[in-house]
Design a protein around this ligand. Structure first.
Ligand SMILES: *[C@@H]1O[C@H](CO)[C@@H](O)[C@H](O)[C@H]1NC(C)=O
Ligand SMILES: *[C@@H]1O[C@H](CO)[C@@H](O)[C@H](O)[C@H]1NC(C)=O
Length: 317
């Protein structure tokens, strides 16, 4: 479930390990989560597929679009649509809950996507990612580089990601987009301080669900991970792995929750509760789903399997 990073030299060692393991789709690389998906303007999800693990061949990247929506609903500031119509609720929105739901034996419908990580966009090394510009002003060049026409859904997705990444953080927020695992670790270490050992939490499907939306039962008393600070990294739609990482100053509570599905599925899920939602957009989809008003109740959500949540490693955890 969690894995732990020790001082920097070891970080880089572990990093290399992950990179070598990635093409084989080991559980470690699954934790690192190379798949990218985020809701687009047209509610499409994009998934880039790389055909060659040995080198960067952008022209061979195929992008497959799916009519699913998930990730940018998880952040109050990473939103495309203020208010999707709820009469055709997207099943992937079944990730929100309230603090009161966090009880042993509680049953609730949850959506966990069961992804095939071998078709995920590629995680680049920092050398590779540094050789490709990552800015909105370079979009025409990038579209040519990746062979996408400017009206294609892929072009929209890239524009969306570059825009989200270029946006200034709001007050009290730390954010960055990482285009390689190394840059993600560097940014994260900068936020927490170089001397802080870090731990990454993920949602792990121990026994994979075949039905993506189903009822799950909380099997153990939810375990709270004490974290004075956290940085959550969400994957973004792009031809290679891009993580949108952010942290807020407002109080958050992080949990590790053991879940059992109706057909023997087992999930160890990472979830966060945002304790203060008073500043959120009142059209945020979670308020409609939970039927609450901003600021009246914490909003919690499960993390998808391809997200990473970084927290300091504390002795008493
Ligand atoms: C994942 O996708 C690859 C390539 O499309 C395919 O060969 C493989 O069988 C898939 N694995 C699973 C578990 O579906
Ligand atoms: C979950 O269980 C409830 C009560 O049995 C049922 O009404 C609902 O349809 C179930 N939801 C899913 C997604 O299976």
């Amino acid at each position: 479930m969690g894995f732990v990073f020790f001082p920097r030299s070891i970080v880089h060692y572990v990093l290399l390990l992950f990179m070598f393991q990635c093409p084989q789709g080991s559980s470690a690389s699954r934790n690192i989560a190379m798949e990218q998906q985020v809701a687009l303007d047209d509610h499409q999800r994009i998934r880039a597929e790389h055909e060659d693990d040995k080198g960067m061949h952008p022209n061979h990247i195929n992008i497959i679009l799916h009519n699913l929506q998930q990730h940018d609903n998880l952040s109050p500031h990473l939103q495309v649509h203020p208010s999707p119509l709820m009469d055709h609720m997207d099943p992937s929105l079944n990730v929100f809950f309230t603090l009161n739901d966090l009880k042993l034996g509680k049953v609730m419908p949850i959506y966990f996507s069961n992804k095939n990580f071998s078709t995920s966009p590629r995680l680049l090394t920092s050398e590779e990612s540094n050789s490709i510009p990552f800015s909105l002003s370079q979009l025409p060049y990038l579209l040519q580089f990746f062979s996408f026409s400017k009206d294609s859904p892929q072009a929209k997705a890239m524009e969306y990601t570059l825009k989200q990444c270029a946006q200034e953080p709001i007050k009290g927020e730390t954010k960055f987009c990482a285009t390689s695992l190394e840059s993600m670790l560097d940014f994260t270490q900068d936020v927490f301080g170089l001397d802080t050992q870090l731990k990454a939490l993920t949602t792990t499907l121990l026994i994979k669900p075949t039905v993506l939306l189903q009822n799950y039962t909380i099997l153990d008393v939810p375990k709270e991970i004490f974290a004075p600070k956290m940085i959550a990294c969400h994957t973004m739609p792009y031809p290679y792995s891009v993580f949108y990482c952010h942290g807020q100053e407002t109080e958050n509570r992080l949990f590790e929750i053991s879940l059992g599905g109706d057909n023997g599925e087992r999930v160890v899920a990472a979830a966060v509760c945002h304790m203060d939602t008073s500043q959120w957009d009142r059209d945020h989809v979670s308020f409609r789903i939970l039927n609450i008003e901003p600021g009246t109740s914490p909003v919690c959500h499960f993390f998808p399997t391809d997200n990473l949540v970084w927290v300091p490693l504390l002795d008493h955890v």
